[in-house]
Design a protein around this ligand. Structure first.
Ligand code: ADP
Ligand code: MG
Length: 737
């Protein structure tokens, strides 16, 4: 007898008890499972159960029923007040109109040619209603809403009906909230067998957590608010614990691989470099330098993140690390996020090395824009080991690029590179190379722990002495439209004094923001305080500058990502050499560009940028012997969230304080994004901005568990949860936040 096809088997023999790993189609049947997979990517029972309610509704909760905005999709818990069925006057057919109320307002439901609705929508029945609000003849109504009426038997008295929280799920047009609730409540939870809890019992007891099984029931079918709160706390902790365990495990895994130790050499390149350094290293540079020196000398790969303000001298620290590796015959790859930065790094590295060391170490540039001949030469230098230092962009990741002995990978500006890209570069070494990640974006401790939890973190907090002060001002055009021209007068004054000026715009041409470059980490949809006026563009601004009488004779140029690498480079060089007075740019200049004579940074439509971007932009001035001036020009209204962000940046120069303030300002649209689609890998209940204490506790607990059981041999449930949750996509997603 031929065996039935496996699909059929799955459909017909629904298991009587479900586990988290049970395929959804085995639990719900092919058709219904398909609906969940298409809507949310759910594939297992565990995926569905991790689709937590977004919030819990209660009768009377939506107080301003009468003020519901037309056009919005709403979900309302309410009671049917009355219901009328009548024939339509103009056309053939019937119309059912029901009025519902949540106790504070009234809304009309309208159904055409569905007379049977009147049999269901009996006055006094309560339920949950969803649809798009529209206005008809002065009243608000929902046309053909979805609804589910509560079972009167299960809600016998008004009291319990009023207090019972109703889960509201992230829903789609094909899968309404209560359909999800119903499936979870009726088809999944009753059959759910024992679930293994990734949080060890001792840890759970210490924090007063519920068993996972109870928490899943509590979050989906709470009888009281206390139920879901308790469940949520348990699941939130669990999320933090699994994530931290995963990160720590990853860190251990890297440590278990062997790397080539690169010992400090007494009178090698590094020593020669130090001897000719034109300044004293700051105490922080020295301390971080020693950590790095120590890490490099180990036979396990270094995995260190160095964070420090723009201009704090991270590059020098990285260069000294590269020299220590070179002292042992190893090569270093320095990965920069843009062509402009890569060529600037190459120039400044060559300059810092001086002619002798540069000749010996042969720092070499590899970008996508080299000519065929240049490229061939550069590749040859890398593969032969002649070039001890190779600087480049993403082009370094190209499969044609190989090294003789790659010992160290330095990644500048972590945020632009994903984990996978770092891995590609790492794979170019025979043994895993050491890795140093530099970031000028100060990262609050809990974010570092969550996003870079597998790295060791060092901080350069102090700036080299003798740094110029930077004054920041908000120019609020909403309140003071006339200040517009004052901006250009200030620019002219700086230029007259022999200095140079950056002007930054959010876009290149009208209506076409530069891809990735006006990227704002704030959830745009959530921020309606953003003015709707068109944003300043490079093209228009450069015209305005040229036509402005106060800027007569000023040498100006544009700089943006749509220019060829050569053109960008030429503009940057001319500006650095003082042959240009003013450049109008996009955020291509955000990171790392170093022009000591630049004294003013004018950011137009500053509210279009994120807090850290603004701070980075400000860091472009005050780098030499002249004090810096930073003007954040904005049309955002005083008191709007957009304006608050700009004000926050202007109020302090302390990047760490700003990073914390940024977290606060992000409120709901939190750092890690709020992925309501419920895909497999996003953080669900954990909010880095709010849950710092939980994250720290979870990390300590996870460390203790791994200490006693490094391979989680005795913690199979934790091991499985890690395998399930921590995908590279999560990491990339987190790293980009
Ligand atoms: P970062 O990469 O952190 O933005 P850089 O390493 O590019 O900073 O340093 C910025 C500038 O400061 C460079 O011109 C560098 O030569 C200089 N610099 C670095 N460290 C010191 C120091 N300890 N004292 C004085 N100048 C320094
Ligand atoms: Mg730098």
């Amino acid at each position: 007898m031929p065996a039935p096809p496996p699909e059929t088997a799955a459909q017909t023999t629904a298991p009587t008890t479900l586990a988290l790993a049970t395929p959804l189609r085995a639990a719900l049947g092919e058709r219904q499972a398909g609906v969940f997979t298409r809507a949310f990517g759910h594939r297992t029972v565990g995926d569905l159960l991790a689709h937590y309610p977004r919030r819990y509704a209660q009768r009377g909760e939506l107080t301003a029923l009468a003020e519901l905005p037309p056009g919005d999709d709403v979900t309302i818990v309410a009671e049917v007040l009355r219901c009328d069925k009548r024939a339509m006057r103009q056309r053939h057919g019937s119309i059912v109109e029901a009025a519902i109320s949540d106790g504070t307002g009234v809304l009309t439901l309208t159904f055409f040619n569905q007379a049977w609705r009147a049999n269901e929508l009996i006055p006094g029945r309560r339920g949950i209603f969803a649809g798009k609000v529209n206005r008809y003849k002065g009243t608000l109504q929902l046309t053909h809403p979805d609804y589910e009426l509560f079972d009167e038997a299960s809600a016998p008295d008004v009291e319990s009906w009023q207090s019972k929280p109703i889960p509201i799920y992230p829903a789609t047009s094909t899968l309404a909230s209560w359909k999800i609730a119903k499936v979870v409540r009726e088809e999944v939870l009753p059959k759910l067998g024992h679930v293994d809890d990734p949080v060890p019992e001792a840890v759970a007891r210490e924090h007063g957590l519920e068993p996972l099984d109870a928490a899943l029931r509590g979050i989906h079918t709470p009888a009281t608010d206390t139920d879901w709160r308790r469940a949520r706390d348990t699941l939130r902790y669990q999320e933090a614990f699994v994530l931290q365990s995963a990160l720590l495990l990853e860190r251990e895994r890297l440590r278990e691989t062997a790397a080539t130790a690169r010992m400090p050499v007494a009178d090698g390149y590094a020593a020669r470099f130090d001897a000719h350094l034109p300044f004293d290293l700051t105490a922080d540079q020295r301390a971080v330098g020693e950590q790095v020196e120590h890490d490099l000398a180990q036979a396990v790969p270094m995995n260190r993140l160095v964070q420090g303000e723009v201009g704090s001298g991270k590059t020098v620290v990285a260069l000294r690390a590269m020299l220590q590796v070179a002292d042992n015959g190893g090569q270093s790859a320095f990965l920069a996020p843009t062509e402009v930065l890569a060529s600037q790094h190459l120039r400044s590295i060559a300059a810092a090395l001086g002619p002798d060391l540069a000749a010996e170490l042969m720092p070499t540039l590899i970008t996508g824009r080299l000519t065929a001949a240049e490229r061939k030469k550069a590749l040859l230098r890398a593969v032969s080991g002649q070039a001890q230092i190779v600087v480049g962009t993403h082009a370094l990741l190209n499969e044609n690029v190989s090294f003789f002995d790659l010992g160290l990978v330095v990644v500048d500006e972590q945020h632009r590179f994903g984990v996978e890209q770092r891995d590609v570069l790492r794979s170019k070494a025979a043994t895993p190379p050491h890795q140093l990640v530099l970031t000028a974006t100060p990262i609050p401790r809990t974010v570092a722990m969550t996003v870079f939890g597998d790295l060791d973190v060092s901080t350069i907090a102090q700036l080299p002495t003798g740094r110029q002060k930077i004054e920041s001002f908000v120019v609020p055009l909403a309140e003071h439209p006339r200040w517009q021209n004052r901006i250009w007068e200030r620019a002219a004054e700086e230029i007259a004094a022999g200095h140079q000026v950056f002007v930054v715009c959010p876009a290149i041409t009208p209506k076409e923001p530069e891809e990735g470059e006006t990227e704002n980490p704030i959830d745009e949809a959530a921020d309606d305080s953003r003015p709707l006026t068109p944003v300043a563009t490079v093209e228009q601004t450069i015209e305005a500058v040229r036509d402005n009488p106060v800027l007569q004779g000023v040498r100006v140029a544009a700089l943006h990502g749509r220019m060829s690498a050569d053109d960008k480079d030429a503009v940057m060089r001319a500006f650095a050499a003082g042959a240009l007075d003013l450049i109008v740019a996009t955020t291509v200049i955000e990171v790392g560009v170093d022009v000591p004579n630049a004294s003013a940074m004018i950011v137009l439509d500053a509210d279009r940028f994120g807090v850290s971007q603004l701070h980075q932009l400000r860091g472009r001035v005050g780098r030499g012997s002249v004090p810096g001036l930073c003007l954040f020009v904005t049309n955002a209204e005083n008191g709007s969230l957009a304006r608050e962000r700009v004000d926050a940046v202007a109020a302090t120069l302390d990047g760490f304080a700003l990073a914390e303030a940024d977290l606060e300002l992000r409120r709901e649209g939190d750092v890690l994004g709020s992925d309501q689609s419920g895909g497999r890998s996003s953080l669900r209940l954990l909010r880095v901005a709010r849950d710092g204490a939980i994250i720290e506790r979870a990390r300590a607990d996870a460390a203790a568990v791994l200490e006693s059981d490094p391979h989680l041999a005795d913690h199979p449930a934790l091991s499985a949860a890690i395998a399930d949750r921590l995908t590279d996509r999560t990491r990339d997603f987190l790293a980009r936040a």
